[in-house]
Each structure stands twice: as C-alpha cells, then as structure tokens.
Design a protein around this ligand. Sequence first.
Ligand code: ATP
Ligand code: MG
Length: 320
Amino acid sequence: MVDKQARRIAEFIEPLRVEPGSHVDLAKDFDPRYKARVKKRDGAELLRTGVGLLAEYQAKLAAQDSYGVLFCLQAIDAGGKDGTIRHVMSGVNPQGVHVSSFKVPSAEELDHDYLWRYAQRLPARGDIAIFNRSHYEEVLVVRVHPENLDRQRLPEEAKGRDVWTHRYRAINDWERYLCENGFKVVKIFLNLSEEEQRTRFLKRIDLPEKNWKFSAADVRERERWDDYQRAFSEMLSATSTPWAPWYVVPADRKWFARICAAAVLVHTLMEIDPRYPTVGKKARKELRAVRRQLEDEAPAGAARDPYAAEHRPGRGKERP
Ligand code: ATP
Ligand code: MG
C-alpha cells in the first residue's frame, strides 16, 4: 500500500523534475498551465491526502531526529509562495517547522560571504526549514540587477565574468555537503505565466483587502520579465543535481501548484523513510517493570492500566 502510494507520487512529480545536466528553456520546456489531467473538483481531496501524509512523516522525522529537510521556494512576484506554504504546511506540527523569508540583505548580511545569511537559517536535525526565497536569489535578482553585486563589495578577482558559474558551483557543492550530512534539499520553482502575473497584480489593485500586497516595485520588476526568465532557465540548468534536483511546478492554477508542492515534499520524506525510534530488549524489560509498579499503584476500583483497559480487551482490568 505504502509502496503503491509512493510509486504514484513519484510518477506524478516526474514530469516536474529537471533532469540533472539537462538544458532548460523555461518557456519551451514547462507549461505554467499543465495540470496532469487532474480535475479541480478532485483537488481538495488530493491536497488533504498530501497534507495528512506530510504530517505523518514530519512526526517521524522529528522523533528520529537524524535527518533534516530544507525546502526552498522560488518564484517570480505573485507566483504564490505564501499561499503554498500556508496550505501545504497546514497540517504539520509548528514546533518542527521554521519559515525564513529572505528580502533585500541588511548591512550586516552584506558584510559576510553571500551564503552566510542562509546558513544561519538551516534546519536542525528532525526539522523542516522553509526558505521563502532562498540562496538562489544570489543568482537571480543579483544577476538581473548587477548593482546588488556591487553592494556585496567582493574583491576584484571574485567579480570577473565567471562569477555566476562560480556561484552555481558553490551552491551545488554546499547542497551536496548538506545532503551528505543528512539534510535533504528540496527545491521548487513556481512557474507563473506573464499573463497570470498581470491578472494577479490587477486583483491586488481591485480588491481592497489585497492592496497591501501590491507594490509598484513589482511592476517595475515585471518589465524585466525576459531577463528573469533567462536567469531562471540558467539557474535550473546549472543547479538541478542528483542530490538536490529542481522541480518546476506549474503555478497558474493555485490549487494544482499546492498539490504538486505537497507531492514533492511527501516524496522527499518517503525517500528519507524516517521511523519512530524503537527500544532494545533491556529498555523493554525496564518498561515492563515500571508498568507493574504503576499498575500496583491503582487505587481501589480503578483500572490497573486505564489505557490498556480501553484499548486492549482483556488487559489492565479493574483492581479487585
Ligand atoms: P511578497 O509575496 O509578500 O511580496 P516577497 O518575497 O516578494 O513577498 P518583498 O519584501 O516584496 O517579499 O520582496 C523581497 C525582495 O527582496 C524581492 O524583490 C527580492 O528580489 C529581494 N531580494 C531577496 N534576496 C535578495 C538579495 N540577495 N539581494 C538583493 N535583493 C534580494
Ligand atoms: Mg514582493
């Protein structure tokens, strides 16, 4: 049953995966409206299943306390990062999840190497860390607006023409290092079409309760659409690796994007296959001795073991 479910999920996300080493042309290779023949009316149930599985696996991940998961979400403005996080993580125990949103770097952050601020937010073992924007901004917005690179005050020899190739390599190496230490890196790119972005911006203007989300700067960024698409394509080509592949999630339909994001995360957790720790023979013997002691403490008329009396017929009966 679990195997069958795992296989179905793996098949479902396969078309979204960027084959390591492949050359991506985003506009040609990935359709923002793809929906794998899933009907919207089945969407809510599918998402519920995904959210439930996520909760189950996260509880085991935390109990095992050995692996950690870093979930990176990248998208263009209005791509749906916030909504995806809100829906996909709705069932998990908040104690085991930490969300970090990365904005324009502070003076202190700019005073360090470019991966420094992301390293501060990595997950602990047993945890899931979500990056709402991530270290990939360092090859996206920084690339599209080179003045960001100037602000990083790199020494001359670190700034040459190869700066992006070096960054891709450093990022791949960093993620490989994390993976080899038991921290799985899951990367989702929400792929929005230019027309759907226009519609969502207009909605932010039309609906008063969405006005706060609208920023004129987003519209200025939209003018650089083609530059961003090029930077996305190059990033996906250069940094989808066997240890941390990219998944390009079609984002024009929010309900479908959320199902995909949940499926990718569940798939990763299934691969980790975390288990509740079991106790050895000696510890079990100790548990039995303590149980006897606690059972003997039952007051007159109370069940010797109220839990067992309710859940395991024939055990933990009332004390005579
Ligand atoms: P929202 O959905 O609420 O708009 P957001 O992630 O777009 O969320 P904003 O505060 O609107 O948050 O924007 C953050 C800005 O910070 C983005 O324009 C992003 O490109 C920019 N940014 C992130 N990382 C860097 C970086 N390393 N250097 C320069 N700018 C960055
Ligand atoms: Mg924004």
